[in-house]
Design a protein around this ligand. Structure first.
Ligand SMILES: Cc1cc2nc3c(=O)[nH]c(=O)nc-3n(C[C@H](O)[C@H](O)[C@H](O)COP(=O)(O)OP(=O)(O)OC[C@H]3O[C@@H](n4cnc5c(N)ncnc54)[C@H](O)[C@@H]3O)c2cc1C
Ligand code: SF4
Length: 333
């Protein structure tokens, strides 16, 4: 048992200065922001997260979804996943994001879950969520039982000898393909972080999942202006049709010139230790005809460095087929 203090700050500065007193913004943080609570409260009930103070950011004015002056979109940190998925601009100009959000969790969860909370959701690795088990991510240096244990759902890209946990987010896969930027306000001021730089590979510090430091508040995410005429698809493959995390997923953003692909932005979910942008697949698609041979080469390139675990070799072929199918769907979109 632990006790904690629930704080409702009146402004961002107060929220940040309170959170800045934490020793870390990573696993083991003694101060946590709470938004929808659908990750944090779960983990507090399991004693995986044991913050002494929880700072409620739901009253801060961070829930707007609005156009930026350059024609892009600004998404507030506490905008709910449902509101974002059904926003007319997202449905029209960034359909891959709407599809990814609607593929995640359930309607009730999406009504609570927020943009920043989704960015910072934690792995579903069963050992991480069970404090009776060792886990390098939860308790550095204790070991990784998943490597020789139940790893069917876990990652094949970006793994290390210390952790093979999958990043479970659907939204993040779409944001990686859309080349989003994450905006943070911290004790030292504001900064913008390219999406691909926000999440970290596990390496030998799997407890450190993002570049956030104590006091860092994600304020909003921006999307660049939509690519004119782009074709977008999010495809998620999972064990059941809804309310389940991805075994493999693909976010595809294509711009076409006649029958050729002029530019491709590709990201994969369910297979990487972080939302997995694939520059290899993008290079294999750029300037090539949109046909089965090209899509097959792109899928091979995306999974070339995949390392299977004892129970998840099937994910490599599944992810390839997922990407190929998503590309076929995008071309017809
Ligand atoms: C049963 C179930 C099924 C699910 N299925 C899916 C699925 O299929 N696909 C999917 O993608 N997700 C799924 N999820 C995860 C869900 O999307 C996340 O729990 C949700 O997006 C987290 O958002 P939140 O606002 O509730 O976060 P919270 O729980 O409030 O916070 C999560 C973390 O983010 C931090 N945080 C929140 N806001 C900020 C901020 N502004 N700045 C800095 N730190 C912040 C918190 O401190 C905490 O560490 C599922 C969840 C559940 C419970
Ligand atoms: S895969 Fe990562 S989260 Fe899972 S047990 Fe190993 S160290 Fe922990």
């Amino acid at each position: 048992m632990h006790s904690f203090e629930f704080i409702r700050p009146e402004d961002s500065a107060k929220a940040i200065s309170t959170a800045a007193q934490a020793k870390t913004a990573q696993q083991g943080a003694d101060v946590r922001f709470i938004a929808g609570g659908t990750t944090l409260v779960d983990l507090m009930k399991l004693n995986v997260e044991t913050p002494a103070r929880v700072v409620d950011i739901n009253r801060l004015p961070l829930d707007k979804i609005e156009a930026t002056t350059d024609g892009g979109l600004k998404i507030g940190a506490t905008a709910r996943n449902s509101d974002l998925a059904h926003h007319p601009t997202v449905q029209k100009d960034y359909p891959v994001l709407s599809q990814a959000l609607l593929a995640g969790a359930s309607g009730q969860l999406r009504n609570m879950a927020t943009t920043a909370g989704n960015l910072l959701q934690r792995t579903r690795c069963m050992y991480f969520r069970d404090t009776a088990m060792p886990c390098n991510k939860r308790e550095p240096g204790t070991g990784c039982p998943a490597i020789t244990g139940a790893n069917r759902m876990l990652a094949v890209l970006g793994t290390s000898d210390h952790c093979i946990a999958t990043n479970p987010s659907d939204m993040c896969v779409a944001m990686a393909a859309l080349e989003a930027t994450i905006h943070v306000q911290g004790p030292k001021g504001t900064r913008a972080i390219a999406f691909g730089d926000f999440h970290l590979l596990p390496g030998n510090t799997p407890n450190r999942e993002t570049v956030l430091e104590p006091g860092d508040l994600v304020t909003h995410v921006t999307l660049p202006p939509p690519k004119a005429g782009s074709k977008q698809v999010y495809l998620k493959l999972r064990d059941r049709a809804s309310y389940e995390f991805a075994l493999a997923s693909a976010a595809v953003v294509l711009t076409m010139a006649g029958g050729n692909i002029s530019q491709a932005r590709i990201a994969l979910g369910g297979v990487g230790t972080k939302p997995w942008r694939s520059p290899e697949a993008e290079a294999a698609l750029a300037g090539k005809p949109a046909n089965a041979a090209t899509f097959g080469k792109a899928a091979d390139a995306a999974l070339r460095n995949a390392k299977p675990q004892s129970e998840n070799k099937f994910k490599i072929e599944l992810a390839k087929r997922c990407l190929i199918h998503a590309l076929q769907m995008a071309v017809k979109a």
